[in-house]
Unconditional design. Sequence first.
Length: 348
Amino acid sequence: MIMINLIDKLSRENNLTRDELHFLIENRTKETAEYLFEKARQARIQNYGYDVYMRGLIEFTNYCKNDCYYCGIRKSNRNADRYRLTKEQILHCCAVGYELGFRTFVLQGGEDGYYRDDIIADIVSTIKTNYPDCAITLSIGERSYESYKLFFEAGAERYLLRHETANLEHYSKLHPSNLSLENRKQCLYNLKEIGYQVGCGFMVGSPFQTIDCIVEDLLFIKEFRPHMVGIGPFIPHKDTPFEGKPAGTLELTLFLLGIIRLLLPGSLIPATTALGTIHPRGRELGILAGANVVMPNLSPADVRKKYMLYDNKICTGDEAAECRMCLQRRIESIGYRLVVSRGDCKYI
Ligand code: 5AD
Ligand code: FES
């Protein structure tokens, strides 16, 4: 009964206290999860109906100057086969994507100094000129306020930068000491101030994560009010210090998707590729738990296997068109529909 009351309160007030969140997560069961998902679906349907938005992910560089312990493209991974896409290759991905109905392009990459601010701004403004009806999302890590402003003025409207964990001590167990949670958060606040639609998020079940860490993540998300929240299970990569660590679970990821939908009912929440990697129907289950976005890959087939953040990533052997059709089938199979739309956030 306590659990049902908590979920009702969360659904009514879109908020819970620290202790209540902790209790809810700690005492979750199959039955309470089902009840949570029902409430989460109601909230997502109220805001977004049965629409699922798609984002075309263009992984344009796997060079990275950082050394995050969890990530397969960390700079110390000598086994990573590095690549960079040219502007022309990126534009080709957009052309293919546009034909397939994509109206958002996400340019994602490691923190790669090769792409100076002027190069990024030029790529962004060319895409914007060619496809004025599309949204451009950047996901290229931490840069200065001025850089972010330049990209915004060039036409980028959205930015994804997961905070990774909102707990200071946990942050230092996932990252080398040159990276700080403080700077990460500052970047997020800068992006918001400039006017971006901003996405933050974290990995579920990353090494050393506790329920307290997760509660801090949820409280940070509630306070920051991002337009988008990306969460997916941690999955170990064989060439990182976290090789052999257990992956995050489907069950906990789904439960947290449900909570986040109710904390921020109007937000855009992807059913991530990592979720699809740990379970064959992970993305469908993610949508049924409250997610409303999918982000299939538009990267050229010959580089896909090289953007390996974690082991066994799905869709690395498929063409963009195959993923588009596959996802459409999957989404329709659960009674939702994949739409041709920019899919902007509705509540801000
Ligand atoms: N498992 C799951 N997600 C990962 N990411 C990076 N490495 C992994 C991993 N091993 C996530 C991070 C990053 C996003 C692009 O991918 O949260 O922000
Ligand atoms: Fe890529 Fe199904 S989404 S093959």
